[in-house]
Design a protein around this ligand. Structure first.
Ligand SMILES: Nc1ncnc2c1ncn2[C@@H]1O[C@H](COP(=O)(O)OS(=O)(=O)O)[C@@H](OP(=O)(O)O)[C@H]1O
Ligand SMILES: Nc1ncnc2c1ncn2[C@@H]1O[C@H](COP(=O)(O)OP(=O)(O)O)[C@@H](O)[C@H]1O
Length: 178
């Protein structure tokens, strides 16, 4: 039986959350761990279909994902969650849910600066915002409350994807979770 845990990767769009989550998932699976990636985009297609990007909807989205992650993690799965989760109180509520069920919860801040994110612009959102075709983009014209004391902070602009994923793996190892 492997030890479950939730690893929440919070950060701006294009920070590297999804890329790191899938890189880490591959490594963990190779080692025989049970792993699920709860990708924000996928969740928004189904479980959070109909939710937008208001503060209230983002909070609801994050609580739903937190519920699922806790459910998986307390049953031995490594739940990797690359979801922006811009509000500190939403993230705190998820942490508390895990504490209440005695499940390991790690918060990783993928702290790529907005200038780097907007250059990467994987989904073209920064360009759309700049062109006036989108408002309420996290980190540009919508809030992102950076974690004050995350379990790990990643400066992805100074690392390869493999190095970033390895730093999360090292955290799991330090905590006795792999
Ligand atoms: N206005 C606005 N602000 C931020 N992000 C936006 C927005 N509109 C669409 N998107 C895209 O939605 C993807 C999923 O967001 P999340 O569910 O992770 O966001 S949240 O935690 O509910 O705030 C998120 O995915 P990532 O790029 O992987 O972070 C964005 O690409
Ligand atoms: N160290 C790194 N970690 C993660 N992504 C990186 C890193 N260096 C460069 N990148 C690139 O940055 C982009 C991040 O995109 P993505 O993972 O979709 O971001 P997010 O899920 O945060 O929106 C990818 O094109 C990825 O290859």
């Amino acid at each position: 039986m492997t030890t479950g845990a939730t690893v929440w990767l919070t950060g701006l769009p294009s920070a590297g959350k999804t890329t790191i989550a899938y890189e880490l998932a591959g490594r963990l699976r190779e080692e025989g761990h049970l792993v699920e990636v709860l990708d924000g985009d996928e969740i928004r297609e189904f479980i959070s279909a109909g939710l937008g990007f208001s503060r209230e909807d983002r909070h609801t989205n994050v609580q739903r994902i937190g519920f699922l992650a806790d459910l998986l993690a307390r049953n031995g799965v490594k739940a990797l969650v690359p979801v922006i989760a811009p509000y500190a109180d939403s993230r705190d509520a998820v942490r508390k849910r895990h504490e209440a069920s005695g499940t390991a919860y790690l918060e990783v801040h993928v702290a790529t600066p907005v200038e780097v994110c907007s250059e990467r612009d994987v989904k073209g959102l920064y360009a759309k915002q700049a062109a006036g075709e989108l408002t309420g983009l996290t980190g540009v014209d919508d809030p992102y409350e950076a974690p004050q004391s995350p379990d790990l902070r990643i400066e992805s602009q100074n690392q390869t994807v493999q190095e970033s994923a390895a730093s999360v793996y090292a955290l799991l190892s330090e905590r006795g979770l792999v």
